[in-house]
Write a protein that binds this ligand. Structure first.
Ligand code: CUA
Length: 316
């Protein structure tokens, strides 16, 4: 009985925070509990018969096996009915998840090694944090810039692949305010496990206020702008120390002599850093062959590029 009480989805998943959550939990619990009962019956019967009909002596001969049509039909038909119930139940929930209301708030989501980017219709962009109003249907239009990723929000019980060159969609209605963890659920390379983001669910007023906030870097120096971008976009692959991660560490990079796998060496200056962000394959640091990063061209504006350059200058 302990196992049955632990088999419910709520006992090992975060509390439900979307409209689909309860339906999902019920189906999930049904699947786990019916599997558990079937497992006990099959394995239990197996052990019972193995002991009861074990070979007792050298002269023991196997009894002649006969059929029992009713028994055989029953043990096939009951699982068939259970499977059809699961199919119909799952289909109803899936259909509900895939029906997007006309008035849904649409947000574009782009996966990239190893960040999530959110782009709103107003043109507002956000990295690693998606803000949505509570109790409002949301439709995400998802794609990827490089490889397969998967946008997964356990508290909402929703998951959708992000596929390069194609748009996929995902809908949910958040029912609770707060921060909810987003994971990448498709192995996408070295920093897959740190490809994280948050969904922040707020009231409609707070959402509109957030949407109106213009310059996210107001009152910040260029180096502070760079530090913020570094912590959001670069940190999955680069350390601010001289320790290598997926790519080289950044401490001491500024004005240092760089040696490259194919290109001629140079002293790191503004142009080199800019090129390395916008066209990372142009000069690969020796020892990092085959670890090409995805270009950030079109994703960082001039102020952000300058910010990163100024920030790297401070890492001495
Ligand atoms: Cu992106 Cu795993």
């Amino acid at each position: 009985m302990f196992f049955i009480s632990q088999a419910h989805a709520e006992s090992f998943m975060p509390p439900v925070a979307s409209t689909f959550g309860d339906a999902f939990n019920s189906l999930y619990s049904f699947l786990v509990i019916s599997s558990l009962i079937a497992c006990v019956l099959v394995i239990g019967g197996f052990i019972y018969f193995a002991i009861k009909y074990r070979r007792q002596s050298e002269n023991d001969k196997t009894a002649y096996i006969t059929h029992n049509n009713l028994l055989e039909f029953t043990w096939s038909f009951i699982p068939f009915v259970i499977f059809m119930v699961v199919f119909a139940w799952g289909w109803i929930i899936y259909n509900d998840m895939r029906s997007f209301p006309e008035d849904a708030l649409e947000v574009h989501v782009m996966g990239q090694k190893w960040n999530w980017n959110f782009i709103y219709k107003s043109g507002k962009e956000s990295v690693e944090e998606m803000v949505v109003p509570v109790n409002k249907p949301v439709k995400l239009i998802i794609t990827s810039k490089d490889v397969l990723h998967s946008f997964y929000v356990p508290a909402f019980r929703v998951k959708q692949d992000a596929i390069p060159g194609r748009y996929t969609a995902l809908g949910f209605t958040a029912t609770k305010k707060g921060n909810f963890q987003v994971f990448c659920a498709e192995y996408c390379g070295d920093a897959h496990s740190s490809m994280l983001a948050k969904v922040r669910v707020v009231s409609q007023d707070e959402y509109e206020q957030w949407l109106r906030q213009g310059d996210p870097y107001e009152g910040m120096s260029l180096a502070e702008v760079g530090q913020k971008i570094f912590s959001q976009r670069c940190v999955a692959c680069h350390n601010a120390t001289d320790q290598a991660k997926v790519g080289p560490g950044f401490k001491g990079l500024w004005q240092s002599q760089r040696t490259f796998a194919k290109a001629e060496g140079l002293v790191a200056d503004e142009n080199y850093i800019r090129e390395s962000i916008l066209n990372p394959a142009a000069k690969i640091v020796a020892g990092y062959e085959g670890r090409v990063m995805t270009s950030f061209a079109g994703q960082l504006d001039e102020k952000e590029l300058s910010g990163i350059i100024e920030y790297l200058k401070t890492l001495k």
